[in-house]
Design a protein around this ligand. Structure first.
Ligand SMILES: C[S@@+](CC[C@H](N)C(=O)[O-])C[C@H]1O[C@@H](n2cnc3c(N)ncnc32)[C@H](O)[C@@H]1O
Length: 303
């Protein structure tokens, strides 16, 4: 219901021609342009709603949408509480089988990147990797299958990175972790990573910031970016907070509700990716009922 695909497609058709590649040249300009375009898309689809069902969907979507920050993103929220929440997220990931699902979603892209590298090791960089369980699961499966693949996880919170490195070492995993701010990807050497990957985090960032992240991944020489996040839907809006409430942790439950309210619709993600990387091939796939997979194949090629 909250995806409003038909309305969004209609609205996109009138927004996208105005979004040309010359609209930005600096990251600040891209940030502003992406914010403008997503706001225009949302306003346009509301103005196109005709039937009572479409009007109800738009009304609900507008009421549900929020910019409110999750506790995880609040500087004043204690680090010990954040670490506890990240641990609960790990339990939720196990219950929802997120690690194998996300790994499978990533596999074809890694295979594509490997082909571009002539079969050489593919270097995956996970952004916003939290306490690192996703990166470890991906690295361990690659080792088990004997795939030429290196996985580096990263997060802006040093305590998560330290814990992830500790866990990787104690499990004998080849995954490694370092502190990286998602919006300072110029900190990584050009061409150091082939695939930039982000799981369950896109909704933490504003449209402008997400566009900047994609553009920076391209500038850092990646051949692909894969962004997987929750599927925006009325069903998930109820189900995820309900599942989270079983943790009996009010911050975790509240964050689950805020996440579902912040999830992007698929046309919004496609618009952001095409604005940030106008020469890339952008693909959006739904893995019902839980996730949206955004794949961006940049024009960067490896020799
Ligand atoms: C919901 S958690 C996702 C954790 C992990 N990807 C997973 O799927 O379990 C969101 C993560 O985004 C990280 N984050 C927020 N702002 C960031 C930034 N500017 N750069 C890098 N990571 C950031 C947070 O520290 C947190 O670990």
């Amino acid at each position: 219901m909250l995806q409003q695909l038909a309305l969004n497609r209609h609205a996109l058709a009138s927004i996208e021609p105005a979004a040309n590649a010359d609209a930005w040249s600096t990251m600040e300009e891209l940030d502003r342009e992406a914010e403008r375009l997503v706001a225009a898309l949302r306003a346009r689809r509301s103005s196109l709603a005709r039937s009572p069902w479409e009007r109800l969907s738009c009304w609900l979507d507008e009421r549900v949408r929020t910019d409110e920050l999750e506790s995880l993103d609040r500087p004043e929220h204690p680090e010990s509480a954040k670490l506890h929440q990240v641990r609960l997220l790990h339990v939720q990931n196990l219950v929802l089988r997120s690690y194998p699902r996300y790994r499978r979603a990533l596999e074809p892209i890694v295979a594509e990147a490997r082909a571009l590298r002539g079969g050489d090791t593919v270097r995956v960089l996970e952004i916003a990797s939290g306490d690192g369980n996703m990166a470890i699961a991906i690295a361990d499966e690659a080792s088990r299958l004997g795939l030429p693949m290196e996985v580096t996880g990263s997060d802006v919170v040093p305590a998560y990175v330290a814990r992830a490195n500790e866990r990787a070492r104690s499990r004998g995993s080849r995954a490694r972790f370092r502190v990286i701010d998602a919006f300072a990807l110029d900190a990584i050497a050009p061409g150091e990573h082939d695939v930039v990957f982000m799981a369950q985090s896109a909704h933490h960032f504003s449209p402008g910031k997400l566009a900047v992240l994609i553009a920076q991944a391209e500038r850092a020489g990646a051949t692909h970016a894969v962004i997987i996040d929750g599927y925006r839907s009325a069903r998930i809006l109820f189900a995820l907070p309900l599942l989270a409430s079983l943790s009996m942790d009010r911050h975790f439950t509240r964050d689950a509700l805020l996440s579902t309210r912040r999830f992007y619709s698929e046309p919004e993600l496609a618009l952001l990716a095409r604005t940030a990387a106008p020469t890339a091939t952008v693909t959006i796939r739904t893995e019902q009922p839980l996730t949206t997979v955004l794949t961006i194949a940049f024009a960067n090629k490896r020799p």
